[in-house]
Design a protein around this ligand. Structure first.
Ligand code: PEP
Ligand code: MN
Length: 449
């Protein structure tokens, strides 16, 4: 299919928020060259996989599956190493095993991975010691180092995003189908975690319960082959529209456009203007899509987004990822859920307990409190319980490494500890231990719901 057909799909002239100021301008030679390169490259995912994911989201929206989405706030090129990728996958698989057991339903595993390289920013610039430079917008755009050269947007980085995503996805696929993800192996890791003396018996009992269930299944002759491979999907924020459009292709099976840069893409809180270019983009692709909803979202906004993105009420098409903050979720979420339910629209409700709970310490670290994160998830479950709707999943910024970026949790990371291993390129992530604790605590909520 010709690229001019793709280009004509999107409405021209709309305002696109949060775009980089490319050297040479938005239509200049440097960005056009990168786009031309990207348009020639093969898809990173197959459109049929996006359809499979959509079908699974439809199940989750109906209360028959639970969504687990996690990964870095901002992936970086240097962190796309075997160790870092493996640790992130391992963490998500460990969380999924716990959630799956206590939810008694399948868990849809989705990485903020293999494409999460671009960031919206509150300010265009950053000033340090009287020097003002363009803000870091993710490795897709510029470099974190605070020099003019590093901070100048470079469109060739978009080609590097593609290549790094391809390499990451290749390893993800190898790990999740090549034996690494075997449920018994994952359980061994969880036993190791649960026997950590810092947590006492709290998680050990839960882990033992899973162990007994596994032993029972094996002794009953359940085919161990079924434990060996898992579906794992990739997702990222569809932010840099040149990149996403260059990777939008007409699917040969259906003759419809899919963004083949990832299975699932979402539109962020800062770019979801109803008449903006991001919402136009999302409305034109066939992928399952997510929209972030912050505390200012009104029921009318939510209904207008549904009308724009899923007028035919296709099951699995639309996921609302709410990020209200622990202090506001119980007050703000009910009106949205009630209005959507009343309209008859089918959406998956997912809780992002990270982005409404960020604050800066007096020492200048952006952080989040583990207790606030847990409280927002708890509020999310409470609201859905009261309204008789399904708390469909969680969206978490995490890493598999022992970083010190969020405070609290069983390791009792304090604000003074943050300096020890603060490695994120953007927002603070739960570390490996905090992520597993969260999974066990959410599993208890799922069991008790
Ligand atoms: C994010 O997910 O990293 C993000 C920027 O979220 P939000 O759009 O909800 O602020
Ligand atoms: Mn973030």
């Amino acid at each position: 299919m010709t690229s001019s057909r793709i280009d004509s799909i999107f409405t021209p002239g709309l305002v696109a928020a949060q775009q980089p100021q490319w050297p040479g301008g938005a239509d200049g030679e440097p960005i056009q060259k990168a786009v031309a390169q990207l348009k020639k490259l093969p898809p990173l995912v197959f459109a049929g996989e996006c359809d499979n994911l959509k079908a699974r989201i439809a199940e989750a929206a109906d209360g028959r599956a639970f969504w687990l989405q996690g990964g870095d706030c901002a992936e970086t090129f240097v962190a796309a190493t075997a160790d870092s990728i493996r640790n992130r996958i391992k963490t998500i698989l460990q969380m999924a095993a716990v959630l799956q057991y206590f939810a008694s339903m399948p868990v849809i595993k989705v990485g903020r991975m293999a494409g999460q390289f671009a960031k919206p920013r509150s300010n265009n610039d950053e000033t340090r010691d009287g020097v003002t430079l363009p803000a870091y917008r993710g490795d897709a755009v510029n470099d974190l180092a605070f020099t003019l050269e590093a901070r100048t947007p470079d469109p060739q980085r978009l080609v590097q995003v593609y290549n790094t995503s391809a390499a990451t996805l290749n390893l993800v696929r190898a790990f999740t189908t090549g034996g690494f993800a075997d449920l018994r192996q994952v359980h061994e890791w969880n036993k190791g975690f649960a026997s950590d003396p810092r947590f006492g018996a709290r998680y050990e009992q839960l882990a033992n319960e899973i162990g007994r269930a596994l032993e029972f299944m094996v002794s009953a002759g359940v085919d161990p082959e079924a434990f060996k491979t898992v579906d794992f999907y990739s997702s990222h924020e569809a932010l840099i529209l040149e990149y996403e459009k260059a990777l939008t292709r007409i699917d040969s099976r259906t003759d419809l456009p899919y963004d083949v840069s990832g299975h699932f893409v979402w539109v962020g809180e800062r770019t979801r203007q109803l008449d903006g270019a991001h919402m136009d983009f999302a409305s034109k692709i066939q992928n399952p899509i997510g929209i972030k909803l912050g505390p200012k979202t009104t029921p009318e906004d939510a209904l207008a987004m549904i009308a724009k993105l899923n007028p035919s009420n296709e099951p699995g098409r639309l996921t609302f990822i709410t990020r209200m903050g622990a202090g506001q979720i119980r007050e703000k979420l009910p009106a949205l859920v009630e209005a959507v339910t009343k309209s008859g629209a089918k959406v998956l409700w997912v809780c992002d307990p990270m982005h409404g709970n960020t604050y800066e310490t007096s020492t200048g670290y952006k952080t989040r409190k583990f207790d606030d994160v847990m409280d927002e998830v708890r509020g999310f479950f409470e609201v859905h319980k009261k309204l008789g709707t399904h708390p469909g999943g969680i969206h978490i910024e995490l890493t598999g490494d022992d970083v010190t970026e969020c405070v609290g949790g069983g390791e009792q990371i304090s604000e003074a500890d943050l300096a020890g291993r603060y490695e994120t390129a953007c927002d603070p992530r739960l570390n490996h231990t905090q992520s597993l604790e969260l999974a066990f605590l959410v599993a208890e909520m799922l069991r008790d719901r």
